[in-house]
Design a protein around this ligand. Structure first.
Ligand SMILES: [Zn+2]
Length: 353
């Protein structure tokens, strides 16, 4: 009943909000509960945010890869509230969730507090900030490759560029040059308040915002932002529209972290990537995939299989229909193999941090 009322109320508000919010270049902003908004990336902005508007201030969850995207969202937020952003939550350390942090302190001043789990702050210092240097090497290389392709008139496979491909490549080069300009100036603002398991914000109007850590998962510091009254959760990359990126993950522990998240009483999830999720179907699919994968990899490791043999032995193809975001079986298989590799490393004691 509660779920139905919330959904009906959202639909009504959404019509009003759509008119007020038109013009945002990089986000589709929709209201998912009273004062709670999902900002879903578009036009190349592939990472989401959640916005919670309180009585006297606002809270934003995650800040994207590029500061210009964060600034675009700040502009768009003016259509929904005149309250200043006082809190920024970083769900984890990955660059596409923290590199826009500085936009908020630049616009709203030094009273903005940045909230994260202890491990996330450490990983921002030791991984996210150094990764800017990697990007400063990688992005110019990517630009040079694209410029060569344009000059040669051929794509990576040696096929002649169509006029459409040529204009897409030209736009991509301009886009990456702009990103390079941002990277050269970038200073990631670090969390100012950190915590181990949970932090609650109690706001006027019976608004409680719970920031919760359930254990390792997509990284060793993922938190979710949960609004119990509104039954909304922002999940970061613990849940996305596919199988989340595994390179820094702890897949074995991730299963119990996801089960704890599933137990929370929420009806709407704003994921780190992909569309708003209504209900728990997607998290159920992800848990099912993860459990099957971990069980199979455990059996392979117990049988003494090395990584290559483990990859050959594990069969996850029955889960492919649950993740239509992968357009081909090969794309699903690549992602699943990445998950198998990281799980094999975890179970073989090869993850050191
Ligand atoms: Zn991530």
């Amino acid at each position: 009943m509660r779920k139905f009322r919330l959904a009906g109320c959202s639909a009504l508000i959404l019509i009003c909000a759509a008119a007020a919010l038109a013009g945002g270049q990089f986000f589709d902003v929709t209201q998912v509960a009273d004062g709670v908004y999902a900002a879903i990336g578009k036009n190349g902005a592939f990472c989401n945010a959640a916005v919670v508007v309180n009585g006297v201030d606002a809270l934003v969850v995650d800040t994207h890869l590029r500061p210009i995207w964060a600034h675009d969202l700040i502009q768009q937020m003016k259509g929904i509230t005149d309250k200043p952003v006082r809190y920024v939550v970083n769900t984890h350390w990955h660059p596409d969730h923290v590199q826009g942090n500085e936009a908020y302190v630049n616009v709203f001043g030094p009273t903005v507090e940045y909230l994260a789990q202890h491990n996330t702050r450490e990983d921002m210092i030791h991984k996210a900030i150094p990764s800017i240097q990697d990007s400063l090497r990688d992005v110019p290389e990517a630009i040079a490759k694209m410029e060569k392709s344009l000059a040669d008139g051929k794509d990576a496979q040696g096929q002649p560029l169509t006029p459409e491909a040529r204009s897409a490549l030209t736009a991509q080069i301009a886009d990456q040059k702009a990103y390079l300009g941002e990277l050269k100036q970038m200073k990631i603002t670090l969390p100012t308040i950190t915590f181990e398991r949970s932090l609650y914000l109690h706001k006027p109007g019976d608004r409680t915002i719970q920031i919760l850590y359930f254990g390792k998962g997509h990284t060793r510091g993922d938190v979710v932002v949960f609004l119990p009254k509104e039954k909304v959760v922002a999940t970061g990359d613990l849940v996305t529209n596919g199988i989340p990126f595994m390179r820094d993950a702890y897949p074995v522990e991730w299963v119990s972290t996801l089960e704890a998240l599933q137990q929370l009483d929420w009806a709407v999830a704003i994921p780190g990537h992909g569309d708003v999720q209504h209900g728990k179907e997607q998290i159920g699919r992800l848990i099912s995939f993860m459990k099957d994968m971990v069980t199979q990899v455990k059996a392979a490791v117990a049988a003494g299989k090395n990584l290559e043999d483990t990859k050959k032995a594990v069969d996850l193809s029955s889960h492919a229909p649950d993740f239509p975001v992968y357009k081909t079986p090969a794309a699903f298989q690549r992602t699943a193999q990445g998950a198998v590799e990281r799980t094999w490393m975890e179970l073989s004691g090869k993850i050191t941090d």
